[in-house]
Design a protein around this ligand. Structure first.
Ligand SMILES: COc1ccc(Cn2nnc3c2[C@](C)(O)CC[C@@H]3OC(=O)NC(C)C)cc1
Ligand SMILES: [Co+2]
Length: 370
């Protein structure tokens, strides 16, 4: 008999997929004709075979994506107004840890569970002691990361419990799907941003009798994803620009768009929860013994993966704030404060991870929900 996932989800996916093959995501043809790619295709074939076998890598991120789909399915039906943000974070993180069969740096949570509310668009996750309760009228961005061998599946959706902002969510979902559809090998990032902006700005939302234009958030972006690095260096902005940088074969992209009824611009605001050790952290001699010990713990538990204060505590750290702030001031750890538009505005997010495979695009995080 076929083993079925429990509810809440607890069964590791290697048990549900005993043959070790995980389902492919949605396949999309590249828009341009592939003719000119055939000869260069041959050249690339040799390069490709020299690299790590892509099928192995694809299978790792497909396993992460299946974990993502099963956890978010349970989250979408369970998250309700009246729940504390800490409760929601635990619900999601317990699900991810169980299904991905968390194992050191081999597999686990890809980055802190984003639960940004209302005018805040990104980089908020509850710290211990957080008393915020989800409200009926809130607009909640759920950004979940799952990794297998450092291959991070980064996908996000927005939840509401009241119809007021339905058009905002529709605008952002459509803009993200435009971004996914228009992405491709040799597509220029500045051009892709223009397509995303065009879709986003074709929507408006009526709030209390007032018609508001949906604005793309100009200083947020999608990004390349590299092994154990959530931001691989390329950014897909959400407003047209003249960045000639091209998307390249073999790259993994988080295509995420953010819409807002406010200024369409976020600033850093509120208590920090998100951190990550810099990939190129300087080797500065640390005078503070507690900072030396904390850095050791960070390297052991997270490497260059993003983490949050709760994950430090779960790893056994306490009274770490002074040492942590020292690591930040020394440029070894980067802090990522919550990114918020103006109070009273509402923001929404939808995000998929796509693989630019040699002959087709794979929307690896696609599900029947979004
Ligand atoms: C420390 O934990 C994290 C978790 C995820 C990310 C991934 N990311 N990298 N940049 C961004 C993101 C988010 C979280 O997707 C939200 C949008 C944000 O865009 C942005 O700032 N763009 C400017 C460079 C123009 C980064 C750190
Ligand atoms: Co994300």
């Amino acid at each position: 008999s076929k083993l079925e996932q429990t509810e809440p989800p607890t069964i590791g996916l290697t048990k549900l997929f005993p043959d070790g093959n995980f389902p492919e995501g949605e396949l999309q043809e590249y828009k341009d004709d592939n003719s000119y790619r055939t000869n260069s295709e041959e050249k690339r074939y040799d390069e490709r075979m020299a690299m790590e076998d892509p099928e192995v890598t694809y299978n790792n991120i497909r396993r992460a994506a299946e974990v993502h789909r099963q956890v978010r399915k349970y989250a979408r039906k369970t998250i309700r107004p009246g729940m504390r943000m800490l409760e929601i974070a635990d619900l999601i993180e317990n699900g991810v840890r169980n299904l991905v069969e968390e194992n050191g740096l081999e597999s686990g949570i890809g980055f802190p569970t984003g639960l940004s509310l209302n005018h805040c668009a990104a980089h908020y996750s509850p710290n211990s002691g957080d008393t915020i309760v989800l409200g009926e009228k809130d607009v909640l961005k759920v950004d979940i990361g799952v990794h297998v061998k450092g291959r991070i599946c980064d996908s996000a959706f927005t939840l509401t419990f009241d119809p007021t902002y339905e058009k905002l969510l529709e605008a952002v979902k459509a803009a993200t799907d435009t971004g996914v559809r228009e992405a491709g090998i040799d597509v220029r990032l500045g051009e892709l941003a223009g397509y995303i902006q065009e879709t986003m700005e074709s929507y408006e939302v009526e709030v209390n009798g007032k018609v508001l234009p949906v604005k793309p958030i100009e200083n947020l972006s999608g990004h390349t994803i590299a092994p154990y690095q959530i931001h691989g260096g390329k950014s897909v902005l959400l407003v047209k620009n003249d960045d000639p940088t091209k998307m390249e074969e073999g790259e993994y992209f988080a295509i995420e768009t953010f819409g807002s009824t406010g200024r369409g611009k976020v600033i850093e605001q509120g208590e920090v929860s998100h951190y990550a050790r810099k990939v190129d952290a300087p080797h500065v001699p640390l005078r503070l013994t507690s900072a030396k010990a904390l850095l050791k713990s960070i390297n052991k538990n997270f490497g260059t993966l993003p983490w949050c204060r709760r994950y430090l505590e779960r790893a056994g750290e306490s009274k770490y704030l002074l040492a942590l702030n020292h690591l930040v001031s020394q440029g070894i750890v980067q802090d990522y404060p919550p990114l918020c538009d103006v109070r009273g505005s509402m923001t929404a997010q939808f995000e998929h991870t796509i693989l630019l495979r040699p002959t087709r695009k794979e929307v690896v995080s696609r599900g029947d929900d979004y």
